[in-house]
Design a protein around this ligand. Structure first.
Ligand code: ZN
Length: 134
């Protein structure tokens, strides 16, 4: 399995517009895309920093994964995403090694990437995502 870089860090926020102000006005980054991913019940906002993006996630439904996360833990880092070469084979290798997969097969995430999540119980507490641009 070959990881290339950290593709993005996903951060759960209550109010995406309020949060964007912090990243733009205080940190000086520029939000270059806002996208709703209906499948995940989230609205996302992206900032680029080197090879890595910051992905803000606001829930569009309290029953969605981000809504539940915020209810339990509050705002904060939600997941780390790695850019990988050959996502299908990476998933097969991980499964072989006993890692619990949330997604057995890649699905479409924000920005048209193929993505798959690994269960935090298998990754020492960090919800981890693999992504590949095809
Ligand atoms: Zn992500």
């Amino acid at each position: 399995m070959k990881l290339k870089h950290i593709e993005h860090i996903g951060i759960a926020v209550k109010d995406i517009n309020e949060s964007i102000k912090f990243y733009e006005d205080i940190l000086g980054l520029k939000c270059y895309a806002i996208e709703e991913v209906a499948d995940q019940k989230v609205k996302t906002a992206f900032f680029k920093l080197g090879d890595t993006k910051i992905e803000l996630l606001e829930s569009t439904d309290p029953e969605g994964p981000i809504g539940k996360f915020i209810e339990k833990k509050g705002e904060g880092v939600h997941h780390i995403a790695y850019a990988v070469e050959g996502i299908e084979s990476a998933l097969a290798v991980l499964e072989d090694k006993g890692i619990r997969l949330i997604d057995q097969k890649p699905r479409k995430g924000a920005e048209g990437l193929d993505i798959a999540f690994l269960h935090p119980k298998s990754t020492h507490g960090v919800l981890s995502e693999l992504c590949e641009k095809k």
